[in-house]
Design a binder for this molecule. Structure first.
Ligand code: FAD
Length: 331
């Protein structure tokens, strides 16, 4: 793609809305395109998604390519990869961005392979090199202990972006853009993967990835009972419960609460880390939090190096006192 131009993002939808990461991708693309003096295109692929094109424009897209087909109602790798490949070849962008989500993690490498280009996954920063105009792709390496910046010579330059690492732009319903309808060109009989059923994760209260406050417990919590104390505080703060792998492996909390390298990535405003040591694999999932508060009985625990505020002591005494005070403060 010698004449590759512009930034293209792959949007995701849920409950008939663009997801948070989609808005963040549009925000990132808007910033990069401005630096390149080029435009933002968005791929809106699914079933019944056409109506969301205006929303994508309001959040920064200049051109939206909608592929609306009943066979695309649920994500299936081969159907989406085929559509994505055709779209990228048609649009010929210089940069392609996807979310570091379940879909993005599956789709991006397939698409990169089909296009014969490189891919940086889980990027936490994107910038344009002022000299070469290449996309500089920053991602954590060595289990979150270091950051590396990558650039690729192939076009399009492809990256998946970590959730909450980028900011969306303010919604502007008066923004003007173009919508292009593209035929899916799918022959269902040639698809090798069949969608069977979707099992929705049961969430009571706030979803961990979306929570503004996360209270995570580690091995030092000592059992499922201890997590009940954290839940009480989380409820008052409208927060969600997270956990380390040790706590999940012990079945004190569901594995869906695991935060870290092999768990979920969160970036809340407030992350309260309780009775966990702050291993790099755990921090890989929460280091993007705005403020980290650590509660640990060991003053030498690594988590105190990562936290902005720390309380040294037994959580069994600190959490009830903190809960009482927070209750008073929030009424
Ligand atoms: P510990 O390291 O044992 O820490 C317990 C802490 O609790 C200690 O600091 C102790 O001082 C404190 N404590 C004990 N009692 C109390 C008390 N009463 N009050 C206050 N403080 C107390 N881990 C993850 O979390 N997420 C991941 O995604 C993840 N992925 C991994 C992937 C790989 C490939 C590998 C090798 C490991 C991974 N791990 C992950 C595991 C990780 O390396 C650590 O082993 C784990 O995070 C440690 O959990 P912890 O902090 O709960 O336990």
């Amino acid at each position: 793609m010698a004449d590759a131009q512009g930034v293209m993002v792959f949007l995701e939808t849920a409950d008939n809305k663009l997801t948070g990461i989609s808005l963040e991708l549009l925000g990132a693309a808007h910033k990069l395109a401005k630096e390149l003096n080029q435009s933002v295109s968005a791929a809106l692929v699914g079933s019944g998604v056409k109506g969301l094109a205006a929303e994508a424009i309001a959040f920064g897209a200049d051109k939206v390519f909608t592929v609306d087909d009943a066979n695309l109602a649920n994500y299936v790798s081969d159907a989406f990869a085929g559509v994505a490949e055709r779209l990228v070849k048609q649009v010929a962008p210089a940069i392609v961005l996807l979310g570091q989500t379940a879909i993005g993690r599956d789709l991006a490498p397939r698409l990169a392979f089909r296009l014969g280009v490189g891919l940086s996954t889980d990027c936490i920063d994107l910038a344009i090199d002022p000299q070469t105009k290449n996309l500089l792709q920053t991602r954590p390496v060595y289990g979150g202990n270091a950051r590396a910046v990558f650039a690729t010579n192939t076009r399009p330059q492809m990256a998946t972006v970590r959730q909450k690492a980028m900011s969306s732009i303010e919604r502007d319903a008066s923004r003007k853009g173009e919508t292009v309808t593209v035929d899916a060109g799918l022959n269902p009989s040639t698809l090798r993967i069949k969608f069977i059923k979707k099992v929705k994760e049961e969430v009571t209260g706030v979803k961990l990835e979306d929570a503004d406050v996360v209270i995570s417990g580690g091995r030092g919590i000592g059992g499922a009972e201890g997590f009940k104390q954290l839940e009480e505080l989380a409820k008052i703060l409208h927060g969600a419960i997270g956990a380390t792998r040790s706590a999940c492996d012990n079945n004190w909390v569901p594995t869906t609460t695991q935060v870290g390298l092999t768990g979920k990535i969160v970036a809340p405003t407030l992350y309260i880390a309780v009775a966990l040591s702050g291993a790099s694999q755990h921090m890989a999932g929460c280091s993007g939090s705005k403020t980290i508060v650590a509660i640990n009985k060991d003053p030498e625990a690594n988590i105190f190096k990562e936290a902005q505020f720390g309380i040294v002591g037994d959580y069994k005494q600190i959490i009830p006192a903190l809960t009482k005070k927070v209750k008073e403060l929030v009424g």
